[in-house]
Ligand binder design. Structure first.
Ligand code: APR
Length: 294
């Protein structure tokens, strides 16, 4: 942590990229996906889905949208969950002019609630802030369907009486392309001079191929040999760019470090972030940023 703080304080870095997953929101009360026992995918029994990831599958959604909308009711950014110190640490990086971009897989919207500007955010798995009719494609503002979702109803398109298609929040389902903004990485990552990977298992797969195989085999956790869109970002930096993993456990390339400049800090991410803030003399700055915004 001292090493990382030193290169940040020495102004040796100006373009930090953050890659984040569900592990940064567990301190806010939102379960991650794969932690054994507590992860979402271990707790979907009540939705009676054939396999865990079916809740985010486009074909399954068309046959039975209920499980997704029940989950959406829990996850919808309705103010029920608040950002935590990890989100605000990234906000502090932005306030100090050090954040090039934050690539998040999370759909809880806590990055925006922490005041990280949308232009600094790539919500790689989509967002509830907008929605689309799955039949005619009409775009909707997420706010227009929020009440219906929170009441447990399935929002329907009103473009024409003939449409009546289901309106789905613009969350990226298995089989859907990632948002165009995801491809900012092509110019961001070569400019990155410090990569922070936080709270993710880096297990994202090429949904269409992975998902088809999962559906055929009814086995959700098949080993994936396909392209890994989000996970592959981690290898898109220059070979000399330091990469720091802040995660409960080592994941992805950090399990067998191939680069001298790879660092891992395992354990609870809130503890690690507070230690990093202390090493940067940012403890007060972080606290004040949180209090001012909360
Ligand atoms: N401190 C540190 N690490 C944590 C904490 C914590 N408090 N809580 C969880 N983690 C770690 C877990 O150990 C795990 O390695 O965060 C990681 C979360 O991994 P996943 O549950 O797989 O979540 P994520 O990587 O975001 O999943 C990626 O998969 O199914 C898709 O669309 C879904 O966006 C999701 C994507």
């Amino acid at each position: 942590i001292e090493d990382v703080a030193r290169i940040i304080k020495s102004e040796g870095v100006k373009n930090i990229i953050v890659m984040a997953g569900a592990g940064i929101s567990t301190a806010s009360g939102i379960p991650d996906f794969r932690s054994p026992g507590t992860g979402l995918y271990d707790n979907l029994q009540k939705y009676k889905v054939p396999y865990p990831t079916a809740v985010f599958d486009l074909d399954y959604f068309h046959s039975n949208p209920k499980p997704f909308f029940e989950l959406a009711k829990e996850l919808y950014p309705s103010g029920k969950y608040r950002p935590n110190a990890v989100h605000y640490f990234v906000r502090c990086l932005h306030e100090r002019g050090l954040l090039l971009r934050m690539y998040t897989q999370n759909i809880d919207g806590l990055e925006r609630l922490a005041g990280i500007p949308p232009m600094k955010l790539v919500e790689a798995h989509g967002t509830f802030t907008s929605a689309s009719c799955t039949k005619c494609g009409k775009k909707y503002n997420g706010e227009t369907i929020k009440d219906k979702i929170l009441k447990g109803a399935t929002p329907r398109c009103q473009l024409t009486p003939l449409c009546y298609g289901i309106i789905k929040p613009d969350i990226v389902f298995f089989g859907e392309d990632l948002p165009k903004r995801f491809y900012y990485y092509l110019k961001d990552f070569p400019a990155c001079d410090l990569l922070l990977v936080m709270g993710t298992s880096l297990q994202v797969r090429c949904y269409s191929l992975y998902f088809t195989a999962a559906r055929i085999t009814q086995c959700d956790f098949i080993l994936s040999y396909f392209v890994e869109p989000f996970a592959s970002l981690v290898d898109s930096t220059r070979a000399t760019t330091p990469r720091l993993l802040l995660n409960m456990v080592k994941v992805g390339p950090f399990t067998k470090p191939s680069r001298r400049t790879d660092l891992s800090i395992t354990g609870d991410i809130s503890d690690s972030i507070h230690k990093l803030a202390d090493a940067l003399d940012w403890r007060e700055f972080l606290q004040e940023t949180m209090e001012a915004h909360e």
